[in-house]
Every structure is written in C-alpha cells, then in structure tokens.
Write a protein that binds this ligand. Sequence first.
Ligand code: BEZ
Length: 256
Amino acid sequence: MIILSVKTCSGLDDLNLLSSVCCYWSARVFIATMPGLLLGDVFPNFEAETTNGKIKFHDFLGDSWGILFSHPCDYTPVCTTELGRAAKLSDEFSRRNVKMIALSIDSLEDHRGWTKDILAYNNEESGCAFPFPIIADHQRELAVALGMLDPDEKDKDGMPLTARCVFVIGQDKKLKLSLLYPATTGRNFDEILRVVDSLQLTAKNRVATPADWQPGERVMVPPNIPEEEAAAMFPAGVYTKELPSERKYLRYTPQP
Ligand code: BEZ
C-alpha cells in the first residue's frame, strides 16, 4: 500500500489516498479528477515499498535534490538499457547531490531479480549492490496519482503500463522539471544530467541556459533584467547580439 500526502497548489488540506486503485477504469477516473502536478508544487510526500526498504519520500530526499523516474515494466529491453545507463551515471548524480529513485508497477521480488540482469547488462557482478532503490508500485497507486500511466501501452491483461516519466525535485521539495516519454522511446540520461546542471546553476544565479548548453559555456541574461542592472549584475561582461529587429534581447554572459 502506498500512502500519498498531497498538498495542492490551491492550499487545500492534505489528501490521504488510502484506497487501492487497481483496475483500469478507476485509474482513468482518478487521473481525470486528480489535480496535475505543476512546476513549483511541493512534491507529494508519499510512502512506498522499495528495494531498499520502506520510505517516506521527503525523508528519503533529506537535503538532496531528487530524481524520480518511472518505467513501464521489469524484464523488458528498453527499460533494462535505461536502468543500466542510470546505474552507470549514479556517481555523477551523487556528485551533484541528487538522489535517484526508480518506479515500476512490478513487485519487489521482480525488481530484485531484474536488477541482477541490469548489472549483467552493464557487465558487473550480480552480487554488486544496485546503486538506487526501485519503488514497487504493483497496484499502480502512485503511477495513477502522479499521472504516469500511458493508456496506449497495456500489459498482457490489458492493464495500462507506466510511461517513462522523469521528475526532478529541488532541495525545497518542489517540482523543478517533469518529462514524459512513451514506452517505445528510451530516455537519454546524459541529457537529464545536463538538465540537472542547468537547474542547479539557474537556482543559484539569475541566468538562463540556451539550447544545447553544456556546463562551462556562456549563458543568457534573462529578458526581465534591465540593461543597466545587467551590467552591474554580470561584471564578467554582457555581450548583446545585433539583430534585424534592433531589439537588445539576445544577451550572453560567461557562466557565473
Ligand atoms: C521496453 O522496455 O522495452 C518496453 C516496454 C513496454 C513497451 C515497449 C517497450
């Protein structure tokens, strides 16, 4: 049983979701009535069973950033490559003070067996510890509450599978980013690391990162900073690109 404690953005009281939501149609009704999680909302402080024991999400995060990512099903090919890649990058996430946690709608027993396959896919010993926990959401309660189900992908019993969802949560427990991929498209975990670098940089500095930015490259001065203020704010210099419109909005500065 997963217990959700949700603080909605409209400030309503905590909502305890204690019911078992295990059939497709009740899942669909629930998705339709559950308010969507918006950027800036406090992430639900759910309780769940994981491969590392029972957790309460905010306690699990502690003072760290968090990444929660779902995948459709254990013992499937794309998911195996994704969790393998995520495991290989786990030191990089730790270096950025980001705690990782995966979710799928299978049992703990399945997760434990499957992690051995993932380690073998990575050419690692099957006795090695898996670097992050996997939530066992076999009744789909969390998947439903967080809007992770993909109605177009179904298991052999016709039940919807989880999509490939990514949530990045900040140290303030608020949602900083969400991504939703269909089951048939595996994610790029190097891109997710790059996004974390941008989120952490822009949380500390009033800058924005351009398309395809990589750490160390120049960044952009946001449009809501007036010209005089920008000069004082970025002593390393502000370069403004000349444009046909003569509007001075394309402003770069070295990464702070
Ligand atoms: C996979 O992980 O390979 C997968 C899972 C569900 C649908 C399609 C692919």
